[in-house]
Design a protein around this ligand. Sequence first.
Ligand SMILES: Nc1ncnc2c1ncn2[C@@H]1O[C@H](COP(=O)(O)OP(=O)(O)OP(=O)(O)O)[C@@H](O)[C@H]1O
Length: 268
Amino acid sequence: MLKIENLKKSFKDKIVLSNISFKIDRGEILALIGPNGVGKTTTLNCISHVVKKDNGKIFFNNEEFTENMKHQLAYVPEDRNIFQNLNGYDYKKIWSNLYPNWNENVFEKIAIKYNLDLNKKIEKYSQGLKTLFLVALAVSSNAEILLLDEPTQHLDPTIRVEIMKIMREYADNEKHVLVSSHEIFEIEEYADKIAIIKDGEVIYHDYIDHAKEKHRIIEAYQDTKTGTIIGLVGNNLLVKTDEDIGRYPKLNEIIIGYLNEKQEIKLF
Ligand SMILES: Nc1ncnc2c1ncn2[C@@H]1O[C@H](COP(=O)(O)OP(=O)(O)OP(=O)(O)O)[C@@H](O)[C@H]1O
């Protein structure tokens, strides 16, 4: 299990993460959700030791996840920065040397399936193929933990679907997968759990199925006796309740409800 406890990070006097906590069991994909600039990348950077956390704990299988355990983690960062002048074979060589459990078979299968030209310099790949290539390296690492920052961003629908399939297969192979995303309509296609970040904190963290069971959408004028009003979803309200009222929400409505203010803002 990958467990993040009360992670904190500031840049100078700007508090970016004040309380990030969640856990991912073996075989699970957790989607970290939040608006732009909320700290999703910073969370992934802290877990992968790309930046130093200020406080909080990161555990992997009940042991503190330290920098010297980095070979147990593979990361596809958001900027998809690559070294210039290296071709696919060069990259594969670097990654296969970094990861003791490198799985050549997986890499070959992906390269063949997607027709990746490994003689070509990676900077010459299209954005979609570059992402696919970086995902191929990451999943061939066979690392216990896979982090992907906005893996489907700016990609056409066919490559998106392929990347979601690869992530799912990787998790199903007893791995721990953490994905940051603001593509709230596609999360359900691959993730088991969500963690919603707002104002530096995880404000809601649950299995998607449970989240749907625990909430209802009601009309704004409707009342709830024992439930908690979470936020506005269009003209309706998201409520956390056991009462049999309104209707069950879709995942995107749960996310919008948590991220929205409770008060409606009149624009006109
Ligand atoms: N190295 C840094 N130095 C200073 N500020 C930083 C640094 N890295 C991130 N930040 C700031 O931290 C905040 C969170 O950024 P982060 O990239 O983690 O958000 P995000 O949720 O991933 O956003 P996006 O969805 O746009 O990628 C932003 O205000 C950003 O400017």
